[in-house]
Design a protein around this ligand. Sequence first.
Ligand code: CO8
Length: 256
Amino acid sequence: MPETILTARTDRVLTITLNRPEALNALSSTMMREVVEAVTTADADPGIGAVVITGSERAFAAGADIKEMVGLGLADVLEQDLAAAWQALDLIRTPLVAAVAGYALGGGCELAMLCDVLVAAEDARFGQPEITLATIPGIGGSQRLTRAIGKAKAMDLVLTGRMMDAAEAERSGLVSRVVPADQLAEVAAEVAATIASMSRPVTHLAKAAVNRAFETPLSEGVRFERTAFHATFALEDRVEGMRAFTEKRPPAFRHR
Ligand code: CO8
């Protein structure tokens, strides 16, 4: 049984709730292992079409666990390759929805950015405050934040450690949607259920195509997209999707 997360399954959606409220969901090494394992297991399950990752009302996650890191030296972090295991989330094909209320700081902001659709409550606050601890982001924050909101804002956040509220995060392009706090769980569940109602292999291709935009020049990305687009024509679900449209009925996808 996991110690630091709760999981719940509804139909084709797995919801992972970070559950160390006493520490504002600080991302301990146990939590990292448990989140990565739950997401990796879901990714291998054809019955799951989307995963929601969420926290508490007060905090999505207030960063990596500072109390766990305080005594570490260089040899320790090199030996443990601290934070490397989070990279496993980069390889996940299943769409991940982050539902963020309260603090998403440091590693918490980085975990939210590792997700594909980021739904934020109006009271969400994002930041990379590592500089105030005399360290820097370690789970891709300096890279993903810069790609998401541009150099000017990323430098501001990473160098001053200030937080931005949900409205600024939405204006800046970090979050997909901002909703009242009491609707966060419902909206995130709806987004996930909508994604999970699509053909699973096609959601994987769509996610991979969008992610290509971050890894390659435009011409390469467009080429990748065209190949993936053509590949959908080999799927029964693509036949069903287009046939259902012409027959004015909902599609009955096989792979969902
Ligand atoms: N790590 C460990 N414990 C934490 C963390 C944290 N990141 N954040 C909060 N807590 C604990 C507090 O110590 C406190 O515990 P206790 O009651 O035992 O003292 C409890 O949670 C409640 O926190 P506060 O009393 O501080 O609550 P406030 O409402 O006063 O403040 C804040 C809330 C502003 C969010 C404040 O807690 C805070 O500043 N937290 C730290 C934020 C931070 O600096 N995050 C970055 C951490 S470094 C990082 O994420 C690097 C990522 C890359 C490396 C990955 C390696 C795995």
